[in-house]
Design a protein around this ligand. Structure first.
Ligand SMILES: [Mg+2]
Length: 225
């Protein structure tokens, strides 16, 4: 029997990409006003983020953003403007991050049947991203020493927060490795949010695959039956 449904945040409940793009554009516009000829491109900013992430995927997300921005600005001779633009980025990134259109209604429907939790590697706090008050608990990697997904300790903390058995929990997320493989290894059931219709990237088969959050209430109902 399913008693708890626990969600990943970014790209599962939250439409993060437009917020990141908007925030990067604000940073680039501001840099352009300082030094019109040497401003990095949005793609260079993204490449730097991937470079820093690859060096230490377990690092806190804001530190990855900060270091990637520092490198990009340093390459353009603009490193002295890091602090202001780091703040500017996160101001816009939070202001623009909003749930997918079907998220809040789906959570309301699920809440009638399940305990709902929010457990993320990222820095998208529920209250700053349009999801304040939606969950019985919120877990954030790096708070209280919690390691990031896919660490088993992360999912042990999820189990402890729900107060139910792992097999009574469904973990819902868009990242196959973090949100399907890892919670399945911890004994949970899993839902893969696959908006792009991608091929299954590994051998662990999720209990349910959805393309939209609105498919969850019926899908979970069938799982529970
Ligand atoms: Mg995600």
């Amino acid at each position: 029997m399913i008693k708890a449904v626990v969600f990943d945040a970014d790209e599962t409940l939250l439409d993060l990409r437009p917020a990141i793009d908007y925030a990067l554009d604000q940073v680039l516009d501001s840099l352009r006003s300082l030094q019109p000829d040497l401003v990095p491109s949005r793609e260079q900013m993204r490449d730097a983020w991937r470079e820093v992430f690859a060096e230490d995927p377990a690092a806190p997300v804001p530190l990855i953003r900060r270091e990637s921005m520092r490198r990009t600005l340093a390459r353009c001779g603009l490193e002295q403007h890091l602090e202001h633009h780091y703040e500017l980025f996160f101001h816009h990134r939070y202001a623009q991050t909003r749930p997918f259109p079907d998220a809040v209604a789906t959570l309301a429907e699920l809440r009638a049947s399940y305990l709902l939790g929010y457990a993320t590697n990222g820095s998208s706090t529920a209250d700053r991203c349009g999801l304040g008050g939606e969950f019985a608990f919120e877990l954030y990697a790096h708070q209280g020493g919690l390691p990031k997904k896919p660490a088993p300790e992360f999912f042990a903390a999820v189990v402890a927060a729900t107060g139910v058995q792992p097999e009574e929990i469904v973990y819902v997320g868009d990242n196959y490795h973090h949100d399907v493989e890892a919670p399945a290894a911890a004994g949970m059931r899993t839902v893969w949010v696959n908006r792009g219709g991608d091929e299954l990237p590994g051998p662990v088969v999720p209990d349910l695959v959805v393309e939209r959050l609105a498919q969850l209430p019926d899908g979970l109902g069938r799982l529970a039956a």
